[in-house]
Design a protein around this ligand. Sequence first.
Ligand SMILES: NC(=O)c1ccc[n+]([C@@H]2O[C@H](COP(=O)([O-])OP(=O)(O)OC[C@H]3O[C@@H](n4cnc5c(N)ncnc54)[C@H](OP(=O)(O)O)[C@@H]3O)[C@@H](O)[C@H]2O)c1
Length: 349
Amino acid sequence: MSEQNVALWLPKRGARFEVGPAPYTPPGANEVVVRVRAVAVNFIDGIPGFLYRVVMPWLTFPAVVGSDVAGEVVEVGTGVTRLRPGDRVVGHAFGVEKSQNRAAEGAFQHYVVLMQHMVSPIPDSLSFERAAVLPLALSTAATGMFQQDHLGLAMPGADPVERSETVLVWGGSTSVGSNAIQLARNAGYRVVATASPRNFDYVRSLGAAETVDRRSPAAVDEIVDRIGDSPLAGTLAIGSGSLAPAVAIASRTTGSKRVASAQPERLVRIRPPWARRPGVRVSGIWGGTLKDNEVGPAIYTGFLPAALATGAYRAAPDATVVGHGLARVPDALRQLRGGISATKLVVTV
Ligand SMILES: NC(=O)c1ccc[n+]([C@@H]2O[C@H](COP(=O)([O-])OP(=O)(O)OC[C@H]3O[C@@H](n4cnc5c(N)ncnc54)[C@H](OP(=O)(O)O)[C@@H]3O)[C@@H](O)[C@H]2O)c1
């Protein structure tokens, strides 16, 4: 296949993005090429140069960044039997991962190479724009909740048994939190979540049984009260300032003393003394690690396709389409830096 590819290039750390021609890279074994129809933006895509050096020191330039892709499969590599050209899919692009570090695998281009086990077919009723909100947020939530080195919770599935334990999601209205709530519910756990009051109904619509205002001075007491006698299965701490209250709650309740933070391990290690309590184990999530263990395929091939088709899982939060064409991605990143609430910014391609 000789397709004309176009990418949003990042020429070097801290430089401006530039739209330009890119090679079409055919899929290798267990890879697929997807014609990208929509991408979502994440904070990490638009970080300044010095932060790229701290967070992704391995990244070589020129780079194509971006994690969230929805589109159509155009070519499959050897060993791929579950996907075919023409399939409508959503997938997590891993171009900036240390193990990949390859422009061909960055989301912000017309034709992207994806790992087949991190791609899910989507129902016809789900638009590419809405589907594109899922990958990085879903992967980050799933990594924190199901990997054994984080919370090690029971996996989600169809008809989950109702469990008596509670999962606490601090930051329930974030994209990561929206996925965490749904994953926990699809694994049968009761969910207590924080959000701003304007997002309480939204967070409840995803399955949270209890909602608490994260800005309330009494938030920790209120959450301990709402958790009540139901032992904690684990805590996900999402958003700046979330770790200290999450650790305090884990230390004051029965059940699991594990807290998974949506900050990478390097940042979690340098947390202040007030975010430490005896017996509470904190781990930092890197939302790409699930591709290398049982969690990635269990979510993207085992759980998500059927859960989206039956409506057991929603592409949440709702997408806000910022514009059309790769040249609009920097606008979306600017808008993201300005702050969003219970939405994800998407560009159609
Ligand atoms: N480690 C990884 O691999 C990884 C991957 C993706 C994201 N992340 C991190 O996860 C966090 C969430 O990212 P996202 O993309 O899901 O966020 P997002 O969708 O942009 O989150 C927006 C929401 O954040 C809430 N919020 C703002 N400040 C908060 C705070 N201090 N504590 C709790 N909630 C807060 C607001 O909710 P209300 O309006 O309801 O208050 C708002 O709705 C970020 O820190 C991001 O850097 C980490």
